[in-house]
Write a protein that binds this ligand. Structure first.
Ligand SMILES: Cc1cc2nc3c(=O)[nH]c(=O)nc-3n(C[C@H](O)[C@H](O)[C@H](O)COP(=O)(O)OP(=O)(O)OC[C@H]3O[C@@H](n4cnc5c(N)ncnc54)[C@H](O)[C@@H]3O)c2cc1C
Length: 233
């Protein structure tokens, strides 16, 4: 898949959860981007400054690409997402990266917190809707508060449409009358791993989060080579 520079105008820009911003960047007429679910693009966020962002939308959506980023860090990438408006010009380079969905027979267990969920929006949607995979897919997704949560409805819709997909959403510091899972995702996935160790593990997030998940899984008997990961920072 050739890496190209794309220049376009933002078609959608909304804050979809507290300090979490979604952009849709359509392609110009006649342009196509062929990417694999899980890949990222390199976005020009300020003159001479680039940051990487996973493509949230699956390859089958022919509406350009969706990107989702949080703006808490406050650096140039955060500011770009927080301040972008419909009609703003953007430039990105892509597709990039090897952290992609691989169809296999064994189950896929996915571990993410916060914006680490972004590549899995693309991967899970692609696996279920496009590949019609019959493998078991479990997504363990953690946020701190309810106000940080994004794409809950999307994953819940997939879980109700596809019986082989299970969505375990857990809040570490829920407020109000949160009815779902509580605590860090660790306790939930360690329970699942007691009975199933032969799966392909996908992890995305900070170095620390990845190290924790890999250590917990390998201590529980999962083979390290079966765990794929993407490090954001
Ligand atoms: C392959 C890849 C894909 C990525 N995809 C996404 C994505 O889809 N969505 C997304 O929100 N981000 C994503 N990132 C992270 C993104 O590229 C930026 O690092 C992030 O937006 C912060 O950029 P900034 O310019 O605001 O901060 P910077 O000025 O670049 O960062 C300042 C400091 O904060 C640290 N830092 C960066 N991010 C975080 C964080 N989340 N929490 C704590 N400390 C942090 C950095 O290590 C740095 O020391 C991805 C990174 C990579 C490498």
């Amino acid at each position: 898949m050739p890496v190209k520079i794309f220049k376009s105008k933002i078609a959608y820009a909304e804050e979809i959860a507290e300090s979490v911003h979604k952009l849709n960047i359509p392609l110009n007429e006649g342009e196509t981007i062929e990417f694999q679910a899980g890949q990222f693009v390199n976005l020009l966020v300020a003159p001479g400054v680039r940051r990487s962002y996973s493509v949230a939308s699956p390859p089958s959506y022919n509406t350009g690409i969706d990107l989702i980023a949080d703006s808490v860090i406050g650096g140039p990438g955060s500011q770009f997402f927080a301040n972008s408006k419909v009609g703003d010009e953007v430039e990105f380079l892509g597709p990039l990266g090897n952290f992609v969905y691989k169809e296999e027979e064994k189950p896929a267990y996915i571990f993410a917190t916060g914006t680490g969920a972004v590549p899995f929006i693309s991967m899970v949607t692609y696996a279920l809707e496009t590949l019609n995979t019959t493998r078991q897919i479990k997504l363990f997704l953690g946020f701190r508060h309810e106000r940080n949560v994004f794409y809950k409805d999307h994953f819940e819709r997939l879980a109700s449409n596809f019986s082989n997909f299970e969505f375990i959403l857990s809040l570490s510091q829920p407020e109000g009358d949160w009815q779902g899972y509580r605590g860090r995702i660790t306790e939930h996935y360690l329970k699942a791993v007691e009975t199933e160790k032969n799966f392909a593990g996908y992890v995305c997030g900070s170095r620390k989060m990845i190290d924790d998940v890999v250590l917990n899984l390998t201590n529980a008997g999962v083979v390290k080579e079966n765990i794929y990961y993407e490090q954001y920072y």
